[in-house]
Design a protein around this ligand. Sequence first.
Ligand code: ZN
Length: 165
Amino acid sequence: MPPRNVKTISDVIYYYYAWLVIARAAGKMDQWGFIIQRYNLLKAGKIHMADRDGEIRVQMRTTPECVYCGGQADSNDHVIPRNYDGPDRMQNVVRSCKHCNSSKKDNDLVDWWINILGRDESSLPRIPIGIYLKYSYDWHKMRDSLDNLANNVTDLKPFIPAKRK
Ligand SMILES: [Zn+2]
């Protein structure tokens, strides 16, 4: 769970990006000071989520492993599903195995990982969640909703959720 002062959609996006994408790459997921420092740099615009776009392209070209399970990749997966208008571009496509690809299907990445597979948010796969957070930022920016309140990563959905009763 993010700390209390992380309370808008953009804050929550930066917090998870600092934790799950940057700190994980640095092997510092349990180092609070490092995470908050990177969070503050993202928030201040001194570092950018787009700084890591190159890494996604490298993953697509050279990695033989599924981004979700580490098995052998034999297909491509749209991180933001096509039915949520996920772009058919390299910034949204990762290498995955057929099993993960068909299990994820048209599900939202975070919903699939946490609610369907029953996994913890701390284990959200790094490259896909990086793509997801960046897309979510752009999506909410376009709709002027970056300053809306949010609690955690499940509140960042980059599409209109179906109404539930
Ligand atoms: Zn897999």
